[in-house]
Design a protein around this ligand. Structure first.
Ligand SMILES: Cc1cc2nc3c(=O)[nH]c(=O)nc-3n(C[C@H](O)[C@H](O)[C@H](O)COP(=O)(O)OP(=O)(O)OC[C@H]3O[C@@H](n4cnc5c(N)ncnc54)[C@H](O)[C@@H]3O)c2cc1C
Ligand code: SF4
Length: 494
């Protein structure tokens, strides 16, 4: 275990961040790591608890507590402390296909469930993970590892997000011939065209894809399955098909004036910005003009926060973020004890930047749009927003956020970004494969499994569980690969 008295001797130290006013000048990652020796002391703080909740990944009160990948956290924290970076990498890659992604974008469920978090600061597990994987890349520990024997079985993976990539890696290493189809021009799913560059620089994805190609995986971009190629064709050509298409159908805001010009869905906006950044350093004129404009983001979640950070980098005059729900408490409520995931108000990087630039938190709680107001040319100019109060619905007994009469007010808005959540899988692909859906329009599978209602068709990731996290997508991709492998070979060693 780290150092028996480490948690008493050493304070948590985080790598420096580029200050908000400086980092908003570009789209680069802004977290800096610690020097290796300093990072080792962070490993020393791990107590190797008898019951390490950090690696449990269990659902408690409907929320995940600890790492969904069951990463062997105390083991590699100890190896970090002893400076055994090579063994730390081998322990880490046993459970996690892509630590370079999770160690950048994961909300660190491990740290929320860390025992040190009960009375102080959790062990810096996410930073330790990043130090291990970057050391492995930099020292040549990560090399192509193609299978020695091919099984002769062919698997198509539709969608190249983290679930599809994790499944492809596992199935290929088992010896199956894997082809990944992606409708966009670049591989990565929301890692590429959702999560902004400042959270995950895209050459981190390219580096991994090159390795997977060298291991024998075929990537086919600009191919929309269900449109460019049909389900029937795929099922004829491949022994198994794994659908990993995400949950990209966005929830709309229905209010008068919705047809006004200047309203974007968040992911369309974020994809346009990242694509333009990668294609032309934002010089191709594809990104809507934001400099000097008033931007309103509808949705107070993480996607909304990414829109705030992106709009600020593009020179917005003001940024407001509307959230329907009341502001969460600043510290855990009594009914939300450790090791549950803490339902507390956090200030994410975009909000931190808004505070630095505009002097206040951009969020307005308990508010939604009641009308989009446009000028004669049809361009959006203002929003009418209304205050909401929680009220019990007599019929269902559920609490719903209800508009308060005469609470409407107008705010300026030249550009609106709708980040109000997602409504499951897109219809054209589920129709083409004729897979059964759940009430939430996720693809239905056998209980706890990945087999869909159609023979030889499997599913994983957001398309299966609904909009979630990268760490869950990787877990689902790995588990689905095992199920596909079992169905092909009669058993699996994955
Ligand atoms: C803006 C944003 C920011 C986020 N930030 C974070 C974060 O910081 N941390 C975190 O853990 N999670 C974050 N998430 C959630 C996370 O990105 C997703 O849970 C995760 O990417 C899901 O992985 P997936 O493989 O299931 O699907 P996706 O990543 O959505 O990938 C699905 C892929 O399938 C492709 N596809 C779909 N249909 C077809 C078709 N018919 N033919 C071919 N290809 C198709 C899509 O183009 C896409 O590339 C964020 C989500 C969003 C929207
Ligand atoms: S994947 Fe996420 S939850 Fe798991 S150890 Fe890494 S940072 Fe923690």
């Amino acid at each position: 275990m780290g150092k028996p008295t480490g948690f008493l001797e050493y304070q948590r130290v985080d790598g420096a961040c580029v200050p908000p006013l400086e980092r908003i000048r570009n789209f680069n990652e802004f977290h800096r790591g610690l020097a290796p020796k300093e990072q080792q002391l962070q490993g020393a703080r791990c107590m190797a608890c008898g019951v390490p909740f950090c690696q449990s990944g269990r659902m408690i009160s409907g929320m995940a507590s600890g790492c969904p990948l069951n990463n062997l956290v105390p083991e590699w924290n100890d190896l970090v402390y002893h400076g055994n970076w090579e063994q730390a990498y081998y322990r880490l890659e046993k459970t996690n296909c892509f630590p370079e992604f999770t160690s950048r974008v994961c909300p660190a469920l491990c740290e929320a469930a860390c025992t040190c978090n009960l009375n102080g600061d959790p062990v810096a597990t996410k930073a330790n993970e990043r130090a291990i994987i970057e050391n492995a890349w930099n020292t040549g520990l990560i090399r192509p590892n193609p299978p020695k024997i091919r099984t002769g079985k062919k698997v198509a993976v539709v969608g190249s997000g983290p679930s599809g990539l994790a499944a492809a890696m596992q199935l290929n290493r088992r010896g199956h011939q894997v082809t990944v189809f992606e409708r966009h021009d670049r591989i990565g799913g929301l890692l590429r065209y959702g999560i902004p560059n400042m959270k995950l620089e895209k050459d981190v994805i390219d580096r991994r894809i090159r390795l997977m190609e060298e291991e024998g995986i075929t990537f086919v971009t600009n191919t929309d399955i269900g449109k460019d190629r049909k389900a029937k064709e795929l099922l004829k050509e491949f022994d198994r098909v794994l659908l990993c298409c995400g949950a990209s159908h966005p929830r709309d805001i229905q209010a008068p004036g919705r047809e006004a010009k200047g309203i974007w869905f968040a992911v369309d906006f974020l994809r346009t910005v990242t694509k333009s950044l990668l294609d032309s350093e934002l010089q191709d004129g594809q990104v809507p003009k934001i400099r000097g404009k008033h931007v309103v983001v509808i949705g107070g979640g993480d996607t909304g926060n990414d829109c705030v950070g992106t709009a600020i980098r593009l020179g917005a005059k003001s940024v407001v973020q509307l959230e329907m729900m009341p502001q969460p408490p600043l510290t855990r409520a009594e009914n939300n004890p450790w090791p549950e995931w803490p339902r507390v108000c956090k200030i994410d990087y975009g909000q931190e930047e808004a505070i630095a630039v505009f002097g206040h938190d951009p969020r307005i709680y308990q508010a939604t749009v009641s009308e989009f107001i446009k000028n004669k040319k049809g361009d959006l100019t203002h929003l009418k927003i209304v205050h909401l109060e929680p009220q019990k619905d007599e019929k269902t007994g559920r609490t719903v956020m209800t508009p308060v009469p005469e609470s409407e007010k107008q705010i300026p808005a030249d550009l609106v970004l709708i980040a109000a959540g997602f409504l499951g899988a897109e219809k054209y692909i589920t129709d083409d494969f004729q897979v059964a859906l759940t009430a939430r329009t996720n693809v239905m599978t056998d209980d706890g499994g990945y087999q869909t209602s159609v023979p030889n068709v499997f599913t994983a990731g957001d398309m299966h569980r609904g909009q979630s996290l990268v760490v869950w997508a990787i877990r689902e991709g790995r588990e689905a690969a095992r199920t596909v492998d079992e169905s092909l070979m009669g058993y699996s060693n994955l």
